[in-house]
Design a protein around this ligand. Sequence first.
Ligand code: NAD
Ligand code: DAU
Length: 339
Amino acid sequence: MRRVLVTGGAGFIGSNFVRMVLAEHVDCFIVNLDKLTYAGNLENLAEFLNHPNHKFVKGDICDGILVEKIIDEYKIDAIINFAAESHVDRSITEPKVFIETNITGTLTLLEAARDKKVARFVQISTDEVYGALALGQDAKFTEQTPPSPNSPYSASKAAADHLVKAFGHTWAVKYNITRSSNNYGPYQFPEKLMPLMINNALNDKELPVYGDGLYVRDWLYVYDHCTAVWKVLTEAPPGEVYNIGGCNEKTNLEVIDVILNRLGKPKSLIKHVTDRPGHDRRYAIDAGKIIKDLDWRPSVRFEEGINKTIDWYLQNHKWLSNVVSGDYQKYYEQMYKNR
Ligand code: NAD
Ligand code: DAU
């Protein structure tokens, strides 16, 4: 039986990962350590809270004593670090917490992994560490692309990647790093493009498009990200870095168009607003290495994935109205007040 410490498992990707593993891999026990920030939600895991192969612990990845206690008590043999502050806009208004969680938190986990001789450490990083590409180029990010992060968020993730490599080099911590493109799917907090636009369109509210809306992202259905992480955990040699992408480059306006059509809402809801400072123009992933070396590939086509996603939000309006109540409203009003 594998015994894995998953951090951030009450967030968007982490909860999808926990759900996938518990459904598909009976030989895996998960301890799920999550601080339950605004982005973490136990409702994301409701049906798994009493699952015999899942133990939820509320806590902070910066708490080294707690992390070591979990490793000892549950005989952890692998750590997958999903926990992070993950929203670029928030990192522009309040960068400090990104440094604390994304860098100090990763350092704390690495020290515990080293001292307790945890057999594998998988760091969930992002394509944003590579910086930005121009529109109209064929170029894509490969694992050899040098890091060149542009936002406090991506800078903190790049710093964490460097720490992971340094612990591998200095103390032989066995690690992997994954760098995925933009995920979409169920349980994504509605501050990110897709769920925010779906929620606003459902409520006939304006859709705030930053700048010209021609920014390009490579969209990956979250389930496919989860299967890639599982492959890396179970099959990758230590010390390898893998890009994970969906081969689905779309402009933000193309994504919004699909949402409006599916929901039968008018284009007049679109409002071009002041751009995000330092906005990265295009991300594009070359996922050739994980496809070739680990025989992974995305299984969900964009048209299928986005329709499934919109339908999920339609069917889970209670989840959506729960997460957008209270603090989210304050965040939203503040974020879009001056745009
Ligand atoms: P999310 O914001 O939805 O979830 C983050 C989770 O981490 C939440 O449950 C939160 O409570 C928890 N958390 C935050 N600070 C913590 C702390 N100090 N201690 C313990 N738990 C803490 O994020 P997400 O979109 O699911 O992203 C997960 C990971 O994947 C992140 O590391 C992110 O950088 C990376 N990533 C995300 C995407 C994407 O498109 N969302 C793409 C590539 C990589
Ligand atoms: O590329 C991977 C990254 O993708 C992850 O590492 C991050 O955690 C994740 O948040 C995501 O970052 P982005 O900045 O690309 O995602 P976001 O959903 O915030 O924005 C996607 C695009 O949509 C981007 O060009 C900005 C634009 N946008 C976003 C919002 C929230 C808008 O035009 N209007 C909006 O209101």
